[in-house]
Design a protein around this ligand. Structure first.
Ligand code: IPM
Ligand code: MG
Length: 365
């Protein structure tokens, strides 16, 4: 098989540290599986603003279009202004430009509470044990992208507008993806919306209900987003696949990360119609701890597992990485963000070494 082309976009803050960790693990997994990987590195976010004056260069987007997969770190930091009126200077624009430019409309955010992490969760152990849910977040529509979107002057001062727009095909394709995923899991799908207030949500509900007719083997239900935000903490074990629009999914997955112990634990896969995918931890660039070697690389490492699964179609290698992470957590290794009070902590590098080792000697895992 020809070598798979992986574009690596470390970005800013802890992005380079966790991406380096993920890449080491990816290499170990690929070696075991007999997969060949070719890496190409490029700058995005604040790093690209500094080097090129824009957060995402057109050639970077073109490079990604020729890739099999993209390994992404994180973007942003105090050095670059998230509120800059010039969008090409905002680091976050790079990520949004990649998602949109590559047509990655479905963002998979699995939330699995590892047995070893039950005590670290923000919730009581009996509530989070065995939590295994998958949020499918719509990623290229809604408030993030719809027009008009601007700030303008009025006689009474400044005003601003963002627009939430969804079309039937946009809802349908992400719903289909979510139903397909539910079929591979426990066959339950919950669609989360705000149909009591939003016109887009009423359309969302109609379209999801129509798609559900094609999946009679999947139990489909609907919930309002405010109620779901509460139920997610009250009975997280009850959920399997959740499909929701862009901004709701953004907010709900940060909330869900608290079930798993920390934001640094959660991976994500952004997929479109084909096998090209962008893989990134759901956490940000954490500038306060950047360069200290203490960042939690597990979200990035588990993103590498998703890359093996969804873009390289190598389920065995993906599971080998996931098992290695579980093994290392069971052995008690903890970065600072997931350590209990009084528990010893290890560096980004040390926990990565342990994962790589566990992949290389699977007999011990
Ligand atoms: C995420 C992030 C991004 C988002 C930001 C960095 C633009 O919060 O991936 O969840 O809002 O989608
Ligand atoms: Mg977010």
């Amino acid at each position: 098989m020809a070598a798979a082309r992986i574009v690596v976009l470390p970005g800013d803050g802890i992005g380079p540290e966790v991406t380096a960790a993920a890449r080491r693990v990816l290499d170990a997994g690929a070696l075991q599986a007999g997969l060949q990987l070719d890496y190409v590195d490029d700058l995005v976010g604040g790093a690209a603003v500094d080097a090129y004056g824009v957060s995402l260069r057109p050639q970077t987007l073109r490079l990604c279009k020729t890739a099999d997969a993209i390994l992404f770190g994180a973007v942003g930091g105090p050095k670059w202004d998230d509120a800059s009126p010039t969008s090409s200077l905002r680091p976050g624009t790079a990520l949004l430009g990649l998602r949109k430019g590559l047509g990655l409309f479905a963002n998979l955010r699995p939330v699995r509470v590892d047995a070893a992490m039950v005590a670290t969760s923000a919730l009581r152990p009996e509530r989070v044990r065995d939590v295994d849910l998958l949020v499918v977040r719509e990623l290229t529509g809604g408030l993030y992208f719809s027009k008009p979107k601007r700030r303008y002057q009025t006689p009474r001062g400044e005003a601003a507008v963002d627009t939430m727009r969804y079309s039937t095909p946009e809802i349908e394709r992400v719903a289909v993806r979510a139903f397909e995923l539910a079929r591979m899991r426990r066959r339950r799908l919950l669609s989360v919306d705000k149909a009591n207030v939003l016109e887009t949500s009423r359309l969302w509900r109609v379209v999801v209900t129509r798609v559900a007719e094609r999946y009679p083997d999947v139990a489909c239900s609907h919930m309002l987003v405010d109620a779901f935000a509460m139920e997610l903490l009250r009975r997280p074990q009850a959920f399997d696949v959740i499909v929701t629009e862009n901004l709701f999914g953004d907010i709900l997955t940060d909330e869900a990360s608290m079930l798993a112990g920390a934001l640094g634990m959660l991976p994500s896969a952004s997929l479109g119609g084909g096998t090209l995918g962008l893989y990134e931890p759901i956490h940000g660039s954490a500038p306060d701890i950047a360069g200290k070697g203490i960042a939690n690389p597990i979200g990035a490492i588990l993103s590498a597992a998703l890359l093996l699964r969804w873009s390289l179609n190598h389920e065995a290698a993906a599971q080998a990485v996931e098992r290695a992470v579980s093994h290392v957590l069971a052995a008690g290794l903890r970065t600072a963000d997931i350590a209990g009070s009084g528990e010893a902590t290890v560096s980004t590098g040390a926990i990565t070494d342990a994962v790589v080792e566990a992949i290389q000697s699977p007999a011990t895992t």
